[in-house]
Design a binder for this molecule. Structure first.
Ligand SMILES: Nc1ncnc2c1ncn2[C@@H]1O[C@H](COP(=O)(O)OP(=O)(O)OP(=O)(O)O)[C@@H](O)[C@H]1O
Length: 336
């Protein structure tokens, strides 16, 4: 297999916590660690889905991959460039090969700029483009199925689905190897969602671009991803080929997400409250919501381990042969 296009290794991201006064007076924790220790990779020409509930750290990981989050440990490698801190000089090289589609497509387009100017802006910022910018705008818009006359329109003159296509065109302007797509279908009608997902698939076949596809919606992820990584409280708790995630999920959190999807048809909610990032449960961090949690889960954090080739999970009971009965769940599982 070729080398992955993106590799995060033991990545740690934390933000200052509380107000400035709290920090000056030493009240409460000084930092909130959003990503304690994440390792993940995206293979060239493939799509990795990053799934988890709101607040699990998906966007933070996407932003960290292009140097837009405070990295306090570990590394990000894209191609031959490896960055180990937010101000590393390697980000320039990484950003040339990587682009990000931010969550709110319409808001990410400058309302005062024509769409033609917006889609070609990355070329102007990067410098070195000597071609005709109008022709390039028409080419990029054509790539996403929009006619050249869209180049003269403004963001308020187009629909949500068209705005999403424009952000795809803009993300492809510098011919990146990797696109980080943060909830690209959020807020779109189902039919428009389908069109956009098909477009991303076609572009991948034509251009060989890789995607880190961030979503809380498992149904959407099932359509477009080769592999899925499930994130809980900023940690990857399970990762496997997409079909395995649906046919043989091993982590109780993945199973709960799939159950919620079946109940609601998309990104349904699962039972229980997400613990605070500043008061993580001892032992397994999912145990406060896990119907199968035992005393072992309270006593010891499970390591993320390979339970089958290409399939990892962090649950003490993952990967047990069929027929092995589960120990009695602990009665007090809800108290962290
Ligand atoms: N700049 C910041 N300063 C402090 N905390 C932050 C900052 N950005 C994110 N966080 C916190 O990090 C945690 C993870 O947020 P993040 O946006 O990465 O999650 P997410 O899984 O992408 O959620 P969503 O699906 O709602 O976008 C949240 O608790 C959030 O409040």
């Amino acid at each position: 297999m070729t080398r992955p296009i993106l590799e995060a290794q033991n990545l740690r991201v934390r933000y200052p916590s509380g107000t400035l006064t709290d920090r000056l007076l030493g009240r409460g924790p000084r930092h909130v660690t959003v990503l304690p220790d994440v390792s993940l990779s995206v293979e060239a020409g493939q799509t990795l889905g990053l799934i988890g509930e709101s607040g699990s750290g998906k966007t933070t990981l996407g932003r960290a991959a292009i140097g837009l989050a405070p990295i306090s440990g570990g590394s990000i490698r894209v191609g031959d460039a490896t960055a180990t801190s937010e101000d590393a000089p390697e980000w320039a090289g990484i950003r040339r090969r990587t682009s990000m589609m931010f969550q709110d497509a319409v808001a990410s387009l400058d309302p005062r700029m024509t769409l033609g100017t917006s889609v070609t802006e990355p070329l102007a910022i990067a410098g070195g483009f000597s071609g005709n910018r109008r022709d390039k705008a028409a080419e990029l818009l054509g790539l996403v199925g929009l006619s050249p006359d869209f180049a003269d329109r403004y963001p308020h003159q187009i629909s949500g689905g068209q705005a999403r296509r424009v952000t795809v065109a803009r993300a492809l302007a510098l011919e990146p190897d990797l696109v980080i797509a943060d909830e690209p279908t959020a807020g779109l009608d189902l039919s428009v969602q389908g069109e956009l997902l098909n477009l991303l698939g076609e572009l991948q076949s034509r251009l060989g671009v890789s995607f880190l596809f961030i979503t809380h919606n498992l149904s959407v992820a099932r359509h477009v991803t080769n592999r899925i990584a499930i994130m809980y409280l900023g940690r990857i708790v399970e990762e496997a080929p997409t079909e395995t995630i649906f046919s043989a999920p091993e982590h109780p959190y993945t199973r709960a997400l799939i159950g919620a999807r079946e109940a609601t048809g998309g990104g349904g909610l699962i039972e229980g409250d997400v613990p605070s990032l500043t008061r993580r449960p001892e032992g397994c961090e999912f145990r406060t919501r896990c119907p199968l949690a035992t005393d072992l889960c309270a006593a010891k954090a499970p390591a993320l381990r390979e339970i089958a080739p290409g399939h990892t999970a962090s649950c003490h009971y993952a990967g047990q042969p069929a027929g092995v009965s589960h120990p009695e769940p602990a009665a007090n599982r809800i108290s962290p």
